[in-house]
Write a protein that binds this ligand. Structure first.
Ligand code: PGA
Length: 249
């Protein structure tokens, strides 16, 4: 099964409006390979600007979060229906920074995922372990629980609108990247879990991205692993030249 590669950027809470527009314009000039999908995870406030800057390209936009309810008295929050109404196609859910700083549990993420899918959004669902969990040898069990509690209530049809991003927390923003063997090992485990639950056809269609200090220098080695279908990129997605190199990798 040949799966498209995905290069997804996660801009997090960075850049002014002018910088965001400039970055998007620079990326819009990239010759994106046929077999590659590029997604930019932009701050809510710049979605419209970035949409204009990339119009006419195949680049897609992701929001970095959404609320679990569709509307109501939730001051300061953004709903999946709002995103869908702005023609946003993807939403990143369960990033480790949201799990940690905003106490997002697997149960909450299951709700957010349902809400996002109900509005026709595709979900980039993040999972991954902290360093002590890996050192204790429990990383596979940890990720298994995150997927079972966050995603495995979905039907196979719904699951096809989910992209899984494996992001070991110890590799995020630290400059320490998982080795390609470590990445492949976890990705293979994730695909095996998907296969056990949903069957091999569904498992083979699912995209599993690696995230955590992906850089131009390590992207092609990581992305060439059998079960690694691309990357979710933080720091390096803020520099047009670096992200272009990662897209081409
Ligand atoms: P990083 O972040 O590439 O800066 O390590 C990845 C992420 O948090 O998605």
């Amino acid at each position: 099964m040949i799966r498209k590669k995905i290069a997804a950027g996660n801009w997090k809470m960075n850049n002014t409006q002018a910088e965001a527009i400039q970055l998007a314009r620079q990326l819009a000039t990239t010759q994106i390979p046929e077999d590659t999908l590029v997604i930019l995870g932009v701050p809510f406030v710049y979605i419209k600007d970035v949409q204009s800057a990339i119009s006419g390209t195949n680049i897609e936009i992701a929001a970095q979060n959404c609320h679990q309810e569709l509307s109501g008295a939730f001051t300061g929050e953004i709903s999946a229906s709002m995103l869908a109404s702005m023609d946003v196609k993807y939403v990143i859910l369960g990033h480790s920074e949201r799990r940690e700083y905003f106490e997002e549990s697997n149960e909450l993420l299951a709700k957010k995922t349902n809400t996002a899918l109900s509005q026709g959004l595709k979900v980039i669902f993040c999972c991954g372990e902290a360093l002590p969990v890996r050192e204790a040898g429990s990383h596979v069990a940890h990720v298994k629980t995150q997927l079972e509690e966050g995603l495995f209530h979905l039907s196979a049809d719904d699951l096809k609108n989910v992209v899984i991003a494996y992001e070991p927390i110890w590799a995020i923003g630290t400059g320490v990247t998982a080795s390609s063997d470590q990445a492949q090992e976890m990705h293979r485990e994730i695909r095996a879990l998907l296969s056990n639950k949903y069957g091999t056809d569904t498992a083979d269609q699912m995209h599993i991205l690696y995230g955590g200090s992906v850089k131009p220098g390590n992207a092609s080695e990581l992305f060439s692993q059998l079960d690694v279908d691309g990357g979710l990129v933080g720091g390096a997605s803020l520099k047009a030249e670096d992200f272009k190199a990662i897209i081409l990798a």
